[in-house]
Design a binder for this molecule. Sequence first.
Ligand code: CMC
Length: 445
Amino acid sequence: MAEQQAQTDGGGVATAGGDTLTVTDNRTGQTFEVPIVDGTVRAMDFRQMKVDADDFGLMTYDPAFTNTASCRSSITYIDGEAGILEHRGIPIEQLCEHSSYLEVAYLLVHGELPTQEALDFWVYSITHHTYVHENIKKSMEAFRYDAHPMGMLLSTVGALSTYYPAAKHIDDPTERYMAIVRLIAKMPTLAAFSYRHNLGLPYVYPDNDLWYTGNFLSMLYRINEPKYEPDPRLERALDVLWILHADHEQNCSTAAVRAIGSSQVDPYSAVAGGIAALYGPLHGGANEAVLKMLERIGTVENIPDFLQGVKDRKEKLMGFGHRVYKNYDPRARIIKKHVDEVLEVMGVDNPKVAVAVELEKRALDDDYFTSRKLYPNVDFYSGLIYEAMNIPTDMFTVMFAIPRTAGWLAQWKEMLEDEETKIARPRQIYTGPRTVDYTPLGQRG
Ligand code: CMC
């Protein structure tokens, strides 16, 4: 029986103590020793396991990547079992308490907290790139009156690449940096334009005297007052919400940005792909789906029937469950604290809040949900805050895309700087027919 040492692809070396996995291929009787590094084995180490010399070699099969690490990353740490979320090692609770969205964006992109001077320069740079070319504004105006704002955002972000053609020089650190600043700066402008478009209101230009979130509120709500003064409590609530949404490691949209970016396309196109992934109801679209669900339930009395429908698999409890968190999503805990505050500022008595609170309570008391480790996620409460701020449900995913831009770009930059990066190109298990003769059109049944 031949014993072979695995050839590793790209530097997989077993840790001290010789962590390895011994695999016997029962088809051939051969035994292989594969290094275990950081709790993982390299899929390429399995390629050498062949039935004969013509065999392609063993592959791993992992639809939806549920057990596959696609990269090494030092940006965001999640312990789903314990409900822990940290950015660059700093717990999300501390960031929400002491930091601001733009400082967290700096942290994600640069890897460390800024000095005062660095922060001032970062904030200044972002504040002074909030304007968009007038033709961008005109192309947004050309959308149908009821265009979904997320569709407007994703195509307009893609269009930005045509205004900054130098962004395709992704190996140039200055171009990379400028694209990061521009995207973070312009995202609220494009988002607010899409909101005003739906209302048939004139677009409001950015006000560079205001803080990032205050400026966004001004672009949403300003009518004809000479100067919009945002309520500092709303400004802060939005800042906290955006810190909570800034990054979440290898989720669907981030994985999309990395995969698209690995083709070495410009970052505007890669981020447009991330926005498309976020659009779906199982990802960023979930907060919109939560609101629609609460609307359908209507009153607290209808909750038992609704929960029975979920158990009968006729319904899904939107805003519950997470691929990674198998415990209370720490972001949901923080958001929940801000719901009442925002309702108070806006003077809203929203019946959906009562339904949401009772629904959460009953689901957490129910073995069906607890046995499946289904707990509220970030979207269970974020939609309620946005609704209290008079933001229409169609805009909710856009509100998610604005802050996630920092995470996408930090991950995109990290991917480009990683020596192991290659174009993303998964394998498949082919299940279709082979060597079938072409049937002329007239002979088909
Ligand atoms: N309502 C009812 N049952 C659920 C739910 C739910 N929201 N989520 C999962 N389950 C059940 C599922 O039917 C399965 O049951 P069983 O084992 O009896 O077949 C079990 O829980 C495991 O579910 P899964 O589909 O294997 O879990 P997943 O990791 O593939 O899905 C998820 C994760 C987020 C897509 C899913 O929980 C879901 O669809 N939730 C609702 C949508 C939502 O709130 N999404 C926002 C996610 S957080 C924001 C973000 O990061 O994008």
